[in-house]
Design a protein around this ligand. Structure first.
Ligand code: SAH
Ligand code: SF4
Ligand code: F3S
Length: 448
């Protein structure tokens, strides 16, 4: 470590929790660090600065961060010059209280302050003081175009199209930490995508808490369908993904734009959250199961080969056994390709946390298990239908378990593992035949 100090090389280490928006923000955080001359550290122990980009959506997301801070505390005792910064949603939510509780934290920086990072490091923490930056900044959406991102991949890129959320689902902390919806303009977004296309990127994922309300804040009629149609014109980009869709704001016109697009993938993540109208009402989701079914039927009619995934919350306050069974029945009925299931986690400050009829932990865990036991065979059955068929995939790289096996994804976002062959590189668009389908992954081989 001393040696590095002599050569003057400064190293950084960033850790990301939470959603893809945080993954994307971390890339811009890394961009700021590299502009200051920092290089990525292989191990956290070697770093001169550690930044944790945090998530507060559920209690267990926060606990992971506190655990990690404990680990860093020991490192800092050995290496007192190391700077520790907390970024992201826990920073925004807890502000200076984080430092009061854990003085080893040097700075707290909310998601609106990535553009302040250089000053925080070079000036504000230089005298050993603590820094807290969490004021709201309605212009921070411009950061996305102005701040250089150090992207993990040369093929796949995140593109934030908006910030914040206006929905205020009663369980959710996101609108409190990420503020109101602000969209980037279509020329701004397309400018970034065009540049990426020139650099050889093939697949982009448009990010927003609720992409279907993209552009509504301009109040000039702009919407997500316009954005899709504009991106369709950009040469070089093969696939356009987007997340997350919201059943309340998705219009039939948007579905038509997706169906007509040669680039928009055949995958949609459309969280339903629950199978009971009473629960949806108490969650303030703003749609009914009937509406959801009608929308999904239209999506599947226009894009018959589409894979649809969803999110479910179990154990929301007041959930009766009968309501829980409505969710199980909905899964049987709608046959999602997969469902991400979450145990309801009360978030301080949200309306649901104050509701009276909270569900006990044992019931929540049992219901979670029942959701998974219902969904997993459905996911498997849908994957089994892919056996024997050939799909176009974009190669992502070697699998973590076995470097002789590589994987790529279909347009429907299914992962196909295949034995690696010479001459196959990350980013190649190839054809793979599925031999064996499992619940979460498909095994196959490349074909001509
Ligand atoms: N904007 C996205 C969701 C972002 S959070 C949307 O509306 O679909 C991702 C998922 O976390 C949500 O879909 C929800 O299922 C889950 N979630 C959010 N808050 C939660 C909480 N307090 N407890 C449990 N799950 C929660
Ligand atoms: Fe949270 Fe609802 Fe907004 Fe999604 S739409 S981020 S669940 S408040
Ligand atoms: Fe978590 Fe913030 Fe994303 S709370 S889910 S990191 S917007």
């Amino acid at each position: 470590m001393e040696e590095k100090r002599l050569t003057g090389e400064k190293l950084y280490y960033t850790i990301t929790y939470g959603c893809q928006m945080n993954e994307s923000d971390t890339e811009r955080i890394n961009g700021q660090l590299e502009e200051l001359g920092y290089k990525p550290a292989e191990n956290m122990e070697d770093a001169d600065i550690v930044i944790m980009n945090t998530c507060s959506v559920r209690q267990n997301a926060e606990e992971k961060v506190y655990g990690k801070i404990g680990e860093i505390k020991k490192l800092k005792e050995k290496n007192p010059h190391m700077l520790l910064g907390i970024a992201g949603c826990m920073a925004q939510e807890n502000k200076g209280k984080l430092i009061e509780r854990m003085p080893i934290i040097d700075f707290v920086m909310g998601p609106y302050h990535i553009h302040d990072l250089k000053d925080i490091i070079t000036k504000e923490t230089a005298t050993g003081g603590h820094v807290v930056k969490t004021e709201r900044n309605p212009h921070s959406v411009n950061d996305y175009s102005e701040l250089h991102a150090v992207r993990k991949s040369k093929i796949f890129a995140w593109i934030p199209i908006m910030q914040g959320c206006n929905k205020f689902c009663t369980y959710c902390i996101v609108p409190y930490v990420r503020g109101r919806e602000i969209s980037r303009t279509i020329p701004d977004i397309c400018g970034e995508i065009r540049q990426l296309a020139k650099e050889g990127y093939k697949e982009i994922t448009l990010l927003g808490q609720n992409v279907n309300s993209y552009g509504l804040d301009f109040r000039n009629g702009t919407n997500f369908a316009d954005l899709i149609r504009a991106i369709d014109e950009i040469d070089g980009i093969e696939r356009v993904r987007y997340m997350t869709s919201h059943p309340r704001d998705m219009t039939f016109d948007m579905v038509d734009a997706m169906a007509a697009s040669p680039k928009v993938v055949r995958h949609m993540h459309l969280p339903v959250q629950h199978g009971s109208n009473e629960m949806l009402r108490r969650m303030n989701r703003g749609y009914t199961i009937e509406h959801f079914k009608e929308l999904l039927a239209y999506v599947r009619e226009k894009m018959p080969d589409i894979a649809v995934t969803t999110d479910l919350i179990t154990g929301f306050p007041g959930e009766t056994e009968a309501m829980h069974e409505e969710t199980l029945k909905l899964l049987e009925d709608l046959r999602f390709d997969s469902a991400y299931t979450f145990i309801y986690s009360p978030r301080t400050g949200t309306p649901a946390a104050r509701m009276e009829d909270q569900i006990d932990d044992a019931t929540k865990h049992r219901r979670l298990q029942e959701l998974m036991d219902t969904e997993n065979p459905i996911s498997l059955a849908l994957n089994k239908k892919m056996e024997g068929h050939t799909y176009e995939i974009i190669v992502e790289g070697p699998s973590k378990q076995d470097e002789n096996h590589w994987y790529g994804r279909t347009s429907s976002n299914k992962m196909i593992l295949f034995p690696h062959k010479e001459g196959i590189h990350v980013g190649d668009t190839v054809k793979a035949k599925v031999d064996l389908a499992q619940t979460w992954v498909l095994k196959g081989e490349l074909v001509e």
